[in-house]
Write a protein that binds this ligand. Structure first.
Ligand code: NDP
Length: 240
């Protein structure tokens, strides 16, 4: 039977590539999204992957979302915590709302989603959780105190939960992408982006498929000896 995989923020950008790659590899995929119904409907029509709209920052909404996914597809065996947002500004201009939105959406979402599937994974003695971190959680970034804190938190979350899951067949890993050509990065001013690309030894932005390939590697059944790790996929921009 095909394993059931959930990808949060799975309808656009990196998440979209992860959803498609998992489906092509034979997983039974559910793609979550937060607000962009048009993009989600197009994605679902093009790929045949069912979409589930709920806010990953809201535990009650996640509870309903996971219930709906499991009713349609069966127990979740693979979880990719990918949904994320940015609200960039320097600390002295940052509002509590900008801080909190990023922490809740990028970090608390990992708790919300993992908490709802961990019991089943432990009972069945199989689970794969992959959290999408960031180079900016490893290295810090000007204007991203909120985002860097959330992503850095993901790396600690991963290592702690990996220790808890290890004896139950549940692996927990993180992927730390560098700058990947998605709408999130297209929002960066052109001159800033040119400077960023100049600092990437491989000489290009990452592609969403570069990240999807890494997720496939980590969720495979025979990747059971890899847990608690963070794989950097950043063209050599930051070696951690
Ligand atoms: P995009 O902005 O292209 O896509 C984000 C996805 O997350 C969308 O599907 C969006 O759905 C969903 N989403 C956002 N907020 C919520 C929410 N509250 N509930 C449910 N879904 C939500 O982002 P990317 O593909 O660029 O980024 C994906 C992940 O990779 C993020 O965690 C990001 O931080 C990380 N990352 C990205 C890098 C990059 O260079 N692009 C670099 C390093 C890390 P909708 O639009 O419907 O709300």
């Amino acid at each position: 039977m095909a394993r059931v995989a959930v990808v949060t923020g799975g309808t656009r950008g990196i998440g979209r590539a992860i959803s498609i790659a998992l489906k092509e590899r034979g997983y039974n995929v559910a793609a979550n999204y937060g607000s962009d119904d048009k993009a989600a409907e197009e994605f679902s029509r093009e790929t045949g992957i069912p979409v589930f709209k709920f806010n990953v920052a809201d535990f009650a909404a996640c509870t309903e979302g996971i219930k709906a996914i499991e009713a349609q597809l069966g127990p979740v065996e693979v979880l990719v915590n990918n949904a994320g947002i940015t609200r960039d500004t320097t600390m002295h201009r940052m509002s509590f709302e900008q801080w909190n939105a990023v922490i809740q959406t990028n970090l608390s979402s990992c708790f919300n989603m993992s908490r709802l599937v961990i019991d089943g994974m432990r009972d069945r003695r199989f689970g794969r959780i992959v959290n999408i971190g960031s180079i900016n959680g490893q290295a810090g970034q000007y204007g991203q105190v909120n985002y860097a804190a959330a992503k850095s938190g993901i790396h600690g979350f991963t290592k702690a939960l990996a220790q808890e899951g290890a004896s139950r067949g549940v692996t927990v890993n993180a992927v730390a992408p560098g700058y990947v050509d998605t709408e999130m990065v297209r929002a960066v001013p052109k001159d800033v982006l040119e400077k960023i690309v100049a600092r990437i030894p491989v000489g290009r932005l990452g592609k969403a498929d570069d990240i999807a390939r890494t997720v496939l590697f980590l969720v495979a059944d025979d990747a059971d000896f890899i847990t608690g790790s963070t794989l950097s996929v950043n063209g050599g921009q930051h070696m951690y």
